[in-house]
Ligand binder design. Structure first.
Ligand SMILES: Cc1cc2nc3c(=O)[nH]c(=O)nc-3n(C[C@H](O)[C@H](O)[C@H](O)COP(=O)(O)O)c2cc1C
Length: 235
């Protein structure tokens, strides 16, 4: 299928059939998901493929028992994290070294800039230090472009969540390419989902994907998009 046909074919499916989704399809799509572009290549995501029946039932319940969750053959919980950057940047550096491509700019980027942007402590002291520093640094902004965020934890979460959402889109398009369907959900009780998956405060549940084959009445209505001139701007 051509890419544009694939994009058009993907719909949010709220009711799935009893057809099973082969594990190899899910694996293939998850592997496509993690090829998504992501900030600084720090790959701040985790995908929890829920195989345990009790956990699956509990998560569907935490999704307010939406049809898309309770009829899904598979559930995948997409999580973004602000606490894996150190491990991941070290892995990236190791890889550069292995390939003998570890040049000073890579060292500066991953050992200086990334820690400044990503470091945070539980008590918010780093926030205060960063904010004070940024007041002076932003004065430079009168003369040249400056990087103004992330400073606060919520800005870091925005960074990691953007990347994770892109990975989710790869996953959903991959499923269409393999003849399956999905529904992204943000209608869930995040606190409950995090408890089920034992996730800490540095994690954010970005979306939960219900996956399966669309039932005949699984798509609720024709696709509607607002007039494109309202959202696509030529400037
Ligand atoms: C981040 C996100 C959260 C969503 N949450 C839900 C949800 O909780 N329940 C649901 O039925 N659909 C949910 N949707 C699906 C949207 O309603 C759907 O994408 C939109 O109506 C456009 O329809 P389409 O995906 O078929 O093009 C969500 C979509 C996204 C991207």
């Amino acid at each position: 299928m051509n890419f544009f046909d694939l994009v058009k074919k993907r719909r949010s499916v709220r009711k799935f059939t009893n057809d099973k989704v082969p594990d190899k399809v899910i694996k293939k799509c998850l592997e496509a998901a993690i090829l998504a572009p992501n900030s600084s290549n720090l790959q701040p995501w985790e995908f929890y493929w829920i195989k345990n029946k009790n956990k699956k039932d509990s998560i569907a319940k935490a999704c307010f028992s939406q049809n898309a969750a309770i009829t899904a053959q598979e559930l995948i919980v997409a999580v973004s994290r602000i606490d894996t950057w150190k491990r991941n940047k070290n892995l990236i550096i190791e890889d550069y070294k292995k390939k003998k491509k570890y040049i000073p700019i890579i060292n500066r980027y991953y050992n200086k800039l990334v820690p400044i942007l990503y470091y945070h402590d539980t008590f918010g002291i780093s926030n205060i230090v960063k904010k004070l520093f940024s007041i002076f640094y932003n004065l430079l902004g009168f003369f040249k472009p400056v990087l103004r965020s992330p400073i606060y934890k919520h800005e870091l979460f925005e960074v990691v969540t953007k990347s994770t959402a892109l990975a989710c889109q790869n996953l959903m398009l991959g499923l269409v390419a393999e003849g399956f369907d999905s529904c992204p959900m943000e209608g869930f009780d995040e606190k409950k989902v995090k408890k089920i998956l034992n996730l800490n405060r540095n994690c954010h549940v970005v979306m939960i994907l219900g996956i399966g084959k669309a039932a005949k009445d699984g798509v609720y209505g024709d696709r509607y998009r607002i007039e494109k001139n309202l959202v696509i701007k030529k400037v």
